[in-house]
Write a protein that binds this ligand. Structure first.
Ligand code: GTP
Ligand code: MG
Length: 426
């Protein structure tokens, strides 16, 4: 395989501006500083998501960017890529005929974006041709790591791809912008001046937000349970805003656990509808209830639904006692309430008329999230961040402040990304 690095060795790079110009030289020097191990390498990555789209974007970066473009992409008009200035898009034909129609945009100091048709085959072919030209094709996560300012920002950018709502995306953007890093700096400073109380206060505040942090990429799980026929599936549909689950007057309609993803008050939530609980020795009922039990064990919040138009029963009471932390909902509030002093207090809803549904959604969100962090707050969102903070806290509690300071310094942004993302070795 020919080496584009060698081919481009003697070439001036017009994309970088005039050779030796100060900004370009500084940018390139910065590239060297952060990525000493991969400076000789030219890499390519698909930036747009996998799957079909109208347009896809492949990025190319490294010393042989221009050489690769000149060898692979025939400009529709005008000079070769090496003689063009950065920022102006140009139409070209990539690869042997039938060539891929692409728009190339050069970026200083030595990178380019190739915009192509969004079909899988077009992108795969372009990446294969780039690989055959000597580029190393890397996953988008590595590309993000390469361009992030620090490991926390890199992790936040990767997590952003899985953010399901604007609300969680805003928190992750804060972390990418340095919110968590700044709070880690405050803890390090407190430890450096032997102020363990202040360090613990900040550590506890961060750890208290770690449950929220986990759910920035993974939705909260809410499971509806209760006796048969009380309106669990109807409530799931009302919360989702569309008829996802089958509703029927016969008890025992829902068998398998049915899940759907939605947002409540802007927070991503997976809602599960389950089979009703009743005394039965039918193997099908037992299997349905076993499946519900498994889901309930994983729930962040259980919603226990009863029918307020029916008498309170012994089995209702047992269900209530089995789920002492559940949010109790009294459905069918549009029907006359069956007076029964044993029935617990609960939130009244009518899945039929919509009464109480919006408030129920807000209640669920409040119970799951508590007080959301104010804009710009640090939120640990990756398990390794939480583990490091917990370990640091334990070390502070043991009174070893200098060791805790070293631990927290180890996760503070500012060290080379190469340690975390050794691209050159993969
Ligand atoms: N009047 C009234 N009827 C309701 C309400 N919610 C549900 N129903 C009716 O109650 C019956 C049972 O509703 P489902 O949502 O299937 O009840 P379920 O708890 O999922 O039942 P299973 O899956 O059998 O356990 C249906 O006929 C619904 O139309 C409500 O708020 N008011
Ligand atoms: Mg049901």
């Amino acid at each position: 395989m020919s080496s584009p690095e060698r081919r481009s060795g003697s070439r001036e790079d017009p994309a970088a501006g005039a050779a030796g110009s100060a900004p370009a030289a500084q940018a390139w020097a910065a590239c060297h500083a952060v990525w000493p191990g991969i400076v000789e390498e030219t890499v390519a990555a698909r930036l747009t998501p996998a799957g079909r789209g109208a347009v896809a974007t492949v990025a190319l970066e490294g010393p042989s960017t221009l050489a690769v473009l000149d060898s692979l992409v025939r400009p529709a008009a005008g000079p070769p890529w090496r003689d063009r200035s950065a920022g102006r898009p140009g139409l070209g034909y990539l690869g042997p005929d039938p060539a891929e129609e692409v728009v190339v945009c050069l970026r200083p100091p030595r990178s380019a974006e190739i915009h192509c048709h969004g079909g899988e085959m077009a992108v795969e072919r372009i990446l294969r041709l780039l690989a055959e030209s000597g580029c190393r094709v890397v996953p988008w996560e590595d590309w993000v790591a390469r361009h992030a300012t620090d490991p926390i920002a890199a992790a936040a950018h990767r997590a952003l791809a899985d953010a399901r709502t604007l609300r969680v995306a805003a928190i992750l953007l804060d972390q990418a912008g340095g919110a968590l890093g700044r709070e880690l700096g405050t803890i390090r400073d407190a430890l450096a001046r032997n102020d363990s109380a202040d360090a613990l206060r900040h550590l506890d505040a961060l750890l208290a937000r770690s449950a929220l942090g986990r759910h920035l990429v993974e939705p909260w799980r809410v499971v509806l349970t209760g006796p048969p026929n009380v309106g669990k599936s109807s409530l799931v549909n009302a919360l989702a805003g569309y008829p996802r689950a089958i509703v029927h007057p016969s008890p025992g309609t829902t068998r398998d656990v049915l899940t759907l993803n939605t947002a409540l008050d802007g927070w991503p939530v997976e809602i599960a509808d389950t089979a009703g609980w009743w005394a039965s020795d039918d193997p099908l009922d037992i299997a349905s209830m076993e499946s519900a039990r498994r889901h309930l064990a994983q729930a962040d919040l259980t919603i226990l639904v009863f029918d307020s138009s029916q008498a309170w029963s012994e089995s209702d009471q047992r269900l209530l006692e089995n789920h002492p932390r559940a949010l109790v909902v009294l459905n069918k509030a549009d029907l006359p309430v069956f007076p029964d002093c044993r029935r617990p207090l609960g939130w009244p809803t009518s899945a039929t008329t919509g009464q109480g549904i919006e408030e129920l959604a807000a209640k669920i969100a409040r119970q799951l999230v508590g007080d959301p962090p104010s804009a710009g707050s640090g939120v640990p969102f990756a398990p390794e961040q939480v583990a490091a903070l917990s370990a640091c806290r334990a070390t502070v509690v043991c009174g070893n402040l200098s060791e805790a300071c070293a631990m927290i310094s180890g996760i503070i942004p500012g060290r080379s990304l190469v340690e975390d993302y050794p691209l050159a070795e993969r």
